[in-house]
Design a protein around this ligand. Sequence first.
Ligand SMILES: [Zn+2]
Length: 59
Amino acid sequence: MGLLDWINRVLFKKPPDSALTLRRNDICWCGSGKKYKRCHEESDRKYFSSRNTSCTRST
Ligand SMILES: [Zn+2]
């Protein structure tokens, strides 16, 4: 399970935008079969919040 998890992280570094519509008890988008809250919810939250702050007025 560790290896699979690692592969998922490397291949799917950025969560799809559909991750924003997932509920905590939904199955995670990464295909692990785990609930979202037990899988990518936290890392996705960090990813989306950092994307928001870093994208503000980059021009
Ligand atoms: Zn996941």
